[in-house]
Design a protein around this ligand. Structure first.
Ligand code: UD1
Ligand code: UDP
Length: 359
């Protein structure tokens, strides 16, 4: 039985790393890489570090407006799926690569499994929310990381093929932390000590595409008086330069802007941070699992459990809310629960696929 895995952006390489290991024991897996991400730090580094198998196809689609990027992917994925005739198409998360993969497969009447199904921020201004809803509604198998996700689908009338599996990112994080402790030199390289810095990442369209919002976030970092470690996404660098804000940050004593880092370095930076400030989906979850307070630069989140348990706070791009949370946001250890699964989600997904595909 053949599974075609479609990936294209950083968090998908990370998620596929975990699941691919189990899948390849039971199925023939071919990887189709859309080429949405292509810089070494956003792409190859994860294949090398995490042992993601070499893609059979790299579509080289690259960057572009949503329609153009998704359209190019759709055309090329369709052609490959027609030739490869997989028994199942597997897509991850909520990027344009996810939507293109699911849509191409559904129109060819190929069964499609969505890993990280059912998540909702209830904000359709986010391109990811549109991708999530559409992908869920054309997929036949929905692997939900949380009960909230299962309930979200139920409210939209989607109940068939829905499985609560937990989150594959938890599996990888739990497995990788020991290796990262041994391999990563990042604390030494950046001369950091435990809890003497705040970790910042930032790449969402809603923040980068507004000069006002980006400048409000950077001002808050400046005024916080904290040492800020900022592995910056190329999208963010592009806009910081365009708005004439990059040189100030680059010359700042307190804000250390660096290139995106690999997964092992990232989880070490997360684990040792005093706080994490981010608009990333994956990092809100990792912060929760590692018990690091998270300040989220968004108005909504699809990871509501982290907010309900008091380990994450939504501040948007509001300077005073960000500053206030940096000073005062201190979660209570007692409210931390086991969310997002037990580290065996990938195993569960492979078992379900075996049953569904009648192996
Ligand atoms: C995409 C996903 C987002 C996910 C993020 C993970 C969509 C709509 N967005 O956002 O959900 O959280 O990936 O990191 O699918 N660029 C480079 N080099 C690269 C890739 C991108 O320089 O290798 C720059 C380009 O200027 C590009 C911009 O980043 O225009 C945005 O890239 P794109 O893939 O469109 O979206 P992301 O912001 O990466
Ligand atoms: N990540 C990484 N290096 C970085 C920034 C993020 O390895 O410089 C990892 C992070 O630990 C998490 C994943 O990338 O596992 C999250 O991806 P991203 O923030 O790009 O996307 P999102 O989760 O918001 O879709």
């Amino acid at each position: 039985m053949k599974i075609a895995t479609i990936i294209g952006a950083r968090p998908q390489f990370i998620k596929a790393a975990e699941l691919s290991k189990g899948l390849r024991k039971e199925f023939e897996e071919i990887i189709i890489h859309t080429g949405q991400h292509y810089d070494y730090e956003l792409d190859k580094v994860f294949f090398e570090e995490l042992g993601v198998p070499e893609p059979k196809y790299n579509l080289g689609v690259g960057s572009g407006n949503h329609g153009k990027q998704t359209g190019k992917m759709l055309e090329k994925i369709e052609e490959i799926l027609i030739n490869e005739k997989p028994d199942m198409v597997l897509v991850y998360g909520d990027t344009n690569s996810t939507l293109a993969g699911a849509l191409a497969a559904a129109k060819l009447h190929m069964p499609t499994a969505h890993v990280e199904a059912g998540l909702r921020s209830f904000d359709k201004r986010m391109p990811e929310e549109i991708n999530r809803i559409l992908t869920d509604h054309v997929s036949s198998i929905l692997f939900c990381p949380t009960e909230t996700a299962v309930n979200n689908l139920k409210k939209e009338g989607v109940t068939k093929g829905v499985y609560l599996t937990g989150d594959v990112m938890v599996d990888l994080l739990l497995e990788s932390i020991k290796i990262a402790n041994e391999k990563s030199e990042i604390m030494k390289t950046l001369k950091l000590e435990n809890s003497n810095y705040i970790l910042l990442t930032l790449h969402r369209e809603e923040n980068t595409n507004s000069k006002e919002k980006l400048s409000s976030i950077i001002k808050a970092m400046d005024k916080s008086g904290e040492k800020i470690i900022f592995p910056a996404h190329p999208r963010t660098i592009k806009y910081l330069k365009q708005y004439g804000m990059y040189d100030n940050i680059d010359n700042s004593e307190k804000i250390k802007i660096i290139s995106p880092v690999g997964y092992f370095d990232m989880i070490i930076l997360e684990k040792n941070a005093k706080k994490i400030i981010t608009d990333s989906g994956g990092m809100q979850k990792e912060a929760y699992i590692l018990k690091i307070p998270c300040i989220t630069l968004r108005e909504s989140t699809e990871w509501m459990e982290t907010i309900e348990d008091g380990w994450n706070v939504l501040v948007g791009s509001d300077e005073s809310k960000i500053l206030n949370s940096i000073k005062k946001f201190n979660p209570n250890e007692k409210t931390h629960k086991k969310r997002f699964g037990d580290g065996k989600s990938a195993e569960r997904i492979v078992d379900i696929l075996k049953k569904v595909m009648e192996l």
